[in-house]
Every structure is written in structure tokens, then in C-alpha cells.
Write a protein that binds this ligand. Structure first.
Ligand SMILES: Cc1cc2nc3c(=O)[nH]c(=O)nc-3n(C[C@H](O)[C@H](O)[C@H](O)COP(=O)(O)OP(=O)(O)OC[C@H]3O[C@@H](n4cnc5c(N)ncnc54)[C@H](O)[C@@H]3O)c2cc1C
Ligand code: SF4
Ligand code: SF4
Length: 346
């Protein structure tokens, strides 16, 4: 109580389970608990060979963590192929570089001690895995389940108006508000792609709408410039420069360390790379038009303030327009002078 509005983003932390018939099986772990205990410095005993069931980023993290914790073998078992895996491609590449084995198109049918009976799958025309009736054996001492996470939204069930999807995610409208006025939600707990970028975007989107809702208004996005394509840019002054490579920890040095693999750019290198921005459609105060105007019709307003056009002096020669590197100037009919001024001074 005591709040007029709230944004809820509790994530999705309950590991899903699959029922696999097993006899005297070794250790079963769920990936999220395994990763958090490893993060706390209290990893469970894994044994020599670790199998990870799933094909998402969590499965990749679990396999790579198991390797770092000393597992001789870490193998992923995933029911689809590489093209259909939810994990980022680079995660799979890095896992393979580190010696993780990936068994694509396999499901675990049963476990007898350390022997995993897996069925070879094939994808049907809709990309769904289908059994083939062909079986293989794999050996592992521990199975880590990484078959997805559910969100725990039970605490919202008693709140009137809130609707849920069958997977317990909370339904929100286009403003990120649930069916209960004033309660907004976002991130993994709403039906959407689950990534950091999406969750951060939800937070930003919800904050704007929540602020407007508290003020009794509706948030409207400011109009945007039209998209400026590459064909409209005048890049005569640009030169080519190779991309600054970020240093990477070699695969053989990664065992036993949780150090970052991809190193940061130095400040100088980051600034250099940022200068590649073509500023499409946005004036970046290069002074090109100011210097090029034969009539001195362009007035410089100072850093960050851009320029003003003196239409009494402007002859409409278009010299400024033609040399603007980023197409920030728009030539319009002289009866509609304001558009020209706005283009370079938006
Ligand atoms: C192992 C793993 C690897 C991933 N790898 C990637 C990746 O490489 N790239 C990527 O983009 N995404 C990755 N993701 C997904 C990404 O982490 C999530 O999509 C993102 O963090 C979702 O943000 P969120 O704010 O919705 O939830 P979270 O980041 O999960 O934050 C929810 C917070 O709410 C707290 N909380 C939960 N319940 C309650 C409660 N009842 N009361 C108060 N607080 C509560 C939690 O403790 C947590 O701090 C990965 C996820 C996992 C599990
Ligand atoms: S309008 Fe174009 S040419 Fe003029 S200062 Fe801005 S970017 Fe440079
Ligand atoms: S169009 Fe007008 S502002 Fe642009 S260069 Fe010509 S005279 Fe100057």
C-alpha cells in the first residue's frame, strides 16, 4: 500500500523440469541453482562428466561453468539443431572452443546410472523435433537441466484485473500496464523475448507511461526524423580504417578462470570507433554548410545549438544541401521556409 503506481519486474527464476525415467542416476541439478551456487563460491560436486540438457544461453553458461569448475567433459544435449537453438551463436562458438561437446538433435529417454539413452531427432517441415526411433548411449555423472525458466507471479494472483498467460507470465497492454490500473510490469515476467536488452527497453517504456499515467495524461512519442538511407549520405570526406579488434582470452587460458573473455576497448580506441557514426539525418555541427554558403545566409548559434538560416539572404542554390554529409538539410518550396530552418536546427 501507499503507492499510486508500481512497476513489477521479478524476472523468471523457477527452473522448468522434465520427467526423465531414471534408475540409480547420479546428480540432478537445475541450471539456475547450479550457476548461483557457483557464483557464491559454493559449487556442488559435479563428477568427471557433466551433461547439460537444453540449448539456450543458460545451457551454454552451465556447460562452460562446469568446465571451469574442473569437469573433464561437459556435453550439451539439445533436441533441435544449431540453427534453431535459442542461445546466441557466439555463446555456442565459445563453448565449442572451450571443449564443450554439443549433441544436437538428441533427447534423453532414460538414465541408468551414468548411461544416458538418447533418441536421435529430426526436424519436421515446421522445425519441430520429431523422434526417429534411433537410439544412442552417452555417459555422464551429473545432469544439469537447462530447459527454461518460469516466472513466479503467484503473488499477483489476488490482485483484481490482472490476467495471466498459461505459462504464468503477466499480460500487459502496449503501455506495459497490467489489467489493474497503476500496476505496470516488464522484463522476463511478461510474454516477450527474454534478454537484457528487451528488459531494459521495457523499463524505459514503462517509466514514460507510468509518469504520464500519474499525471493523468498519455505519453506520446515525439515525432522522429524520417529515416535517412545510405544513398542520401555524402561521404566524400570519409576514409576507411580497419575495425579495432577487442582482445580475447585464448581458449586454452580460460580453463579454471572466470575472467572476462572479451576485453574492453581502451578509451582512445572506443572514441576512435565512435567516430565512425555517420549521424544519419542528424546535424553534427561540422560547419560544412556554414563554410560553403556563398551568401553568408547561415548563422552559427554556438555549440549544441546548431544553425539558423537567413531566408532574406538565401538564394536557394542548394550548395549547403548538396554537401551536407548526413542529409540533415531539407530543401523545400520557398513558400514553406520553416522546414529548411528546422532541418539544420531541429
Ligand atoms: C543463466 C542465464 C544466462 C543468460 N544469458 C543472457 C545473455 O547472454 N544475454 C541476454 O541478453 N540475456 C541473458 N539472459 C536473460 C536475462 O538475464 C534476462 O532476460 C533479464 O535479466 C531479465 O530482466 P528482468 O529485470 O526481467 O529480471 P531479472 O534480471 O531476473 O531481475 C529480477 C529481480 O527481481 C528479484 N525478485 C524476484 N522475485 C521477487 C519478489 N517477489 N520480490 C522482490 N524482488 C524479487 C530478483 O531477485 C531479481 O533481482 C540469461 C538468463 C540466465 C538465467
Ligand atoms: S547541417 Fe549538415 S553540413 Fe551543416 S553543420 Fe550540420 S551536418 Fe554539417
Ligand atoms: S541554399 Fe541558401 S543557405 Fe544553402 S548554401 Fe545556398 S544560399 Fe546558402
Amino acid at each position: 500500500g501507499g503507492f499510486d503506481a508500481v512497476f513489477v519486474a521479478v524476472g523468471a527464476h523457477i527452473s522448468k523440469h522434465v520427467d526423465i525415467p531414471h534408475r540409480d542416476a547420479g546428480t540432478f541439478l537445475d541450471a539456475v541453482s547450479f550457476l548461483s551456487s557457483a557464483n557464491r563460491g559454493e559449487p556442488p560436486r559435479l563428477g568427471r562428466r557433466v551433461a547439460i540438457y537444453g540449448g539456450g544461453n543458460t545451457a551454454m553458461d552451465a556447460a562452460r561453468t562446469a568446465k571451469r569448475l574442473g569437469a573433464e567433459e561437459a556435453m550439451i544435449i539439445y533436441r533441435r539443431d544449431r540453427k534453431s537453438m535459442p542461445a546466441h551463436d557466439f555463446e555456442a562458438d565459445e563453448a565449442l572452443e572451450e571443449g564443450v561437446k554439443i549433441n544436437w538433435l538428441r533427447t534423453i529417454k532414460e538414465i541408468d546410472r551414468s548411461t544416458f539413452k538418447v533418441e536421435v531427432m529430426e526436424l519436421d517441415a515446421d522445425g519441430r523435433p520429431q523422434p526417429t526411433g534411433k537410439f544412442e548411449s552417452l555417459e555422464a555423472d551429473t545432469l544439469i537441466l537447462a530447459v527454461g525458466q518460469d516466472t513466479d507471479t503467484a503473488f499477483l494472483e489476488a490482485v483484481p484485473g490482472i490476467a495471466f498467460k498459461p505459462d504464468h507470465t503477466v499480460v500487459v497492454d502496449e503501455n506495459m500496464m497490467t489489467g489493474h490500473a497503476g500496476i505496470f510490469a516488464g522484463g522476463d515476467m511478461v510474454p516477450s523475448e527474454r534478454s537484457v536488452t528487451v528488459a531494459v527497453g521495457h523499463g524505459k517504456h514503462a517509466a514514460r507511461h507510468l509518469d504520464a499515467w500519474l499525471k493523468g495524461s498519455t505519453y506520446r512519442r515525439a515525432p522522429r526524423h524520417p529515416l535517412i538511407g545510405h544513398e542520401k549520405l555524402h561521404l566524400w570526406y570519409r576514409t576507411s580504417a580497419p575495425q579495432v579488434e577487442q582482445a580475447r582470452l585464448p581458449a586454452k587460458e580460460r580453463a579454471g578462470t572466470f575472467d572476462e573473455i572479451l576485453h574492453n576497448l581502451s578509451e582512445d580506441a572506443a572514441l576512435f570507433e565512435a567516430r565512425r557514426c555517420l549521424s544519419c539525418g542528424n546535424c553534427f555541427e561540422c560547419d560544412g554548410c556554414f563554410g560553403a554558403c556563398p551568401e553568408d545566409a547561415i548563422i552559427k548559434l554556438g555549440p549544441g545549438k546548431r544553425y539558423q538560416f537567413n531566408f532574406d539572404l538565401c538564394t536557394g542554390c542548394a550548395v549547403c544541401y548538396e554537401q551536407c554529409p548526413c542529409d540533415a538539410i531539407e530543401m523545400t518550396d520557398e513558400t514553406d521556409e520553416t522546414d529548411v530552418a528546422q532541418a539544420a536546427n531541429p
